[in-house]
Write a protein that binds this ligand. Structure first.
Ligand code: PEP
Length: 253
């Protein structure tokens, strides 16, 4: 089955409005003739509305790097809800990024709550899964990924929810380190993820997009994206370099 590729730019907590605006202008111009693959931008929260406005009328979509709150509106000082993200133009939201899991103590259960809260608000969650280096070295990669997926799959309606979601496999040891999984290593885990979903629902497994993230650069993107179960990328550092990001987008088409 052919799946439309998705390349997602995770800008993390970088930039000021001037910088964000400049990168966006270059990306917009570079993708003006874009046919085929989808591209989505994930700026910091405070720039979401402005970015969505600037992307209006283009084929580029946008999303948030996290859904803070799993509740509806209310007295929750400092929080942001899924409905608000949708309201300012987000299509996607990243949930369970490894930086949220490791730096902010997000557990699998919290990630699952965020995943379903996002869908309830009309957002498409991008669920990040991935193993730490010691877990890979002790051959626990599949067990870790299975555990991170099971919180969704074992939830009532969980398998069906994957029909409106994206998965990002991001080995933690490859994020921001310059170390990339080889195409064969990444493909093996992507195939494992798709196989695990297929055990529950074959058509959903064939349809779901599984992105690779972890030090993707213009120099390694094409080889990674050539793998049969890799449907695009979640790009951190290289997405802040507009010309390089554009090359990565081209590699995904
Ligand atoms: C990420 O933040 O999801 C990521 C993959 O970062 P980088 O591309 O910098 O490794």
């Amino acid at each position: 089955m052919t799946r439309q590729s998705l390349v997602a730019a995770n800008w993390k907590m970088y930039g000021t409005w001037t910088g964000v605006n400049n990168i966006l202008a270059t990306i917009k111009q570079g993708l003006a003739q874009n046919a085929g693959g989808e591209v989505a931008i994930f700026p910091p929260f405070v720039y979401l509305a402005k970015v969505a406005r600037l992307l209006h009328g283009t084929k580029i979509t946008s999303g948030a790097q996290d859904i803070c709150s799993v509740t509806g509106e209310g007295a929750h000082t400092g929080e942001v809800s899924g409905v608000m993200l949708r309201d300012v133009g987000c299509r996607y939201v990243i949930v369970g990024h490894s930086e949220r899991r490791t730096l902010y103590g997000e557990t699998d259960t919290m990630v699952a709550r965020k995943f379903f809260a996002a869908q309830e608000a009309g957002l498409v969650p991008i669920l990040c899964v991935g193993e730490q280096l010691d877990e890979r070295e002790s051959e626990q990669t599949e067990a870790v990924i299975a555990r991170q997926l099971d919180v969704i799959l074992e939830h009532p309606g969980g398998v069906a929810s994957l029909a409106k979601a994206v998965i990002a496999y991001e080995p933690v040891w490859a994020i921001g380190t310059g170390k990339t999984a080889t195409p064969a290593q990444a493909q093996a885990v992507h195939a494992f993820i798709r196989g695990k979903i297929a055990a529950h629902d074959q058509p959903i497994a064939e349809k779901i997009r599984i992105l690779y993230g972890g030090s993707v650069k213009s120099t390694n993107a094409a080889d990674l994206f050539a793998m049969p179960d890799i449907d695009g990328g979640l790009i951190g550092g290289a997405s802040l370099d507009a010309p390089q990001f554009l090359e990565i987008c081209r590699a995904a088409r």
